[in-house]
Design a protein around this ligand. Structure first.
Ligand SMILES: NC(=O)c1ccc[n+]([C@@H]2O[C@H](COP(=O)([O-])OP(=O)(O)OC[C@H]3O[C@@H](n4cnc5c(N)ncnc54)[C@H](OP(=O)(O)O)[C@@H]3O)[C@@H](O)[C@H]2O)c1
Length: 326
């Protein structure tokens, strides 16, 4: 069960809180729900009372989950770097949102995450939460929405009238990429497994390709931009459908490493970065009814390990959220 507001306030009053932590390197099997120290906040930080959090299924394998910027081990570690909550306190000398304000953020990968009752977040990364969403829905936006935005517009330079291929369109990042590309006036081809077809079509995909039923190369034809959310052989094969002058952007692996020698297109790999202005724009579109998150499952924080495992098993649309305050 999620910890209730009153109970958690009592527990965190003594500088401790409940959190999901991993003491040893590994996958979700390492996650334990336990008492942990409340995070300390410094100049430029806010302490955020976490109401809901979300995560990327593969983040337990990423180095910043285990190390600080100097490469030093920082175990035990708390995962989940998407937060929706309220500002509980500001660091000494820090200005920013008012205490009590509802905020959401993609948080620093090199610091502890939001699978906890409290998280320390740099104020510059916090944006006002969309007013039309619940905390659980808002937690499903920051990482996935920013990744989709940065892939399509910052790295992919997508413009109206172009054709974009989005591999893995039914997942956390894909559902935002489809909606954003559709709104930008692009023709959208989404791929995935059969279960995703109805969802991605509702979100604005013009075509769907079931990767388990047919080679996507035949069905997609030539595209101006491809966004890869799957990697591996699918990523490597995608070079063959990029038009000369087009681009292949992946957030899973560097496409340039597997590019054909006669490359006439651009490849890019990037790690998403916190961006307050882009979060404000995502919130504006959400509140205008032009963009929506998809929360495929919600689990209470104590069941966080099972939540990670369920998302990794596959078949859950959009994001899985962790509910921290009922
Ligand atoms: N570099 C960055 O900054 C960054 C940021 C965000 C995400 N990522 C990475 O991007 C990837 C996608 O993230 P996400 O949050 O969108 O994950 P996700 O929710 O799991 O979405 C991936 C989607 O692709 C589908 N898929 C995977 N393999 C497939 C295959 N062989 N055939 C057909 N469909 C397949 C999945 O379907 P099933 O569920 O049925 O498997 C799922 O719908 C992850 O690897 C993540 O680590 C990187």
């Amino acid at each position: 069960m999620p910890v209730s507001e009153s109970t958690s306030e009592q527990l965190s009053g003594g500088q401790t809180m409940y959190a999901l932590r991993a003491h040893e390197r590994g996958g979700p099997e390492q996650l334990v729900y336990e008492r942990a120290p409340q995070p300390a906040i410094g100049l430029g930080d806010a302490l955020v009372r976490v109401h809901a959090a979300s995560f990327t299924p593969t983040e337990m394998a990423w180095p910043p989950t285990w190390e600080d910027r100097a490469g030093r081990e920082r175990r035990p570690t708390i995962p989940a770097h998407e937060v929706a909550g309220t500002v509980a306190a500001l660091g000494y000398g820090t200005t920013g949102p008012e205490v009590g304000a509802p905020v959401y953020a993609l948080t620093d990968w090199y610091r502890d995450g939001a699978a906890a009752e409290y998280i320390a977040v740099e104020v510059r990364d916090l944006a006002p939460m969309p007013t039309t969403l619940s905390f659980v829905e808002a937690a499903a936006v920051p990482l996935a929405g920013l990744t989709a935005w940065q892939a399509l517009f910052d790295y992919g330079a997508l413009s109206a009238g172009q054709t974009v291929l989005i591999h893995g369109g039914g997942g956390g990042v894909g559902i935002f990429a489809i909606q954003l590309a559709h709104s930008a006036g692009a023709r959208v081809i989404a791929t995935g497994r059969k279960w995703a077809q109805r969802l991605v079509t509702e979100l604005g995909a013009d075509e769907f390709i079931d990767l388990e039923q047919q080679p996507f190369e035949e069905a997609a034809g030539a595209v101006d931009l491809a966004l890869d959310l799957i990697g591996g052989d699918i990523l490597k094969r995608t070079w063959s459908v990029i038009r000369p002058g087009g681009a292949l952007v992946s957030v899973v692996a560097d496409p340039v490493d597997m590019a054909p020698e006669s490359l006439q297109a651009r490849g890019a790999f990037f790690i998403v970065t916190p961006n307050r202005d882009q979060l404000i724009e995502l919130a504006r579109r959400i509140d205008a009814g032009a963009l929506r998150p998809i929360v495929g499952a919600v689990r209470p924080l104590p069941d966080g390990r099972a939540a990670f495992e369920a998302k990794l098993t596959g078949g859950i649309p959009g994001k899985v959220a962790l509910a921290v305050v009922e």
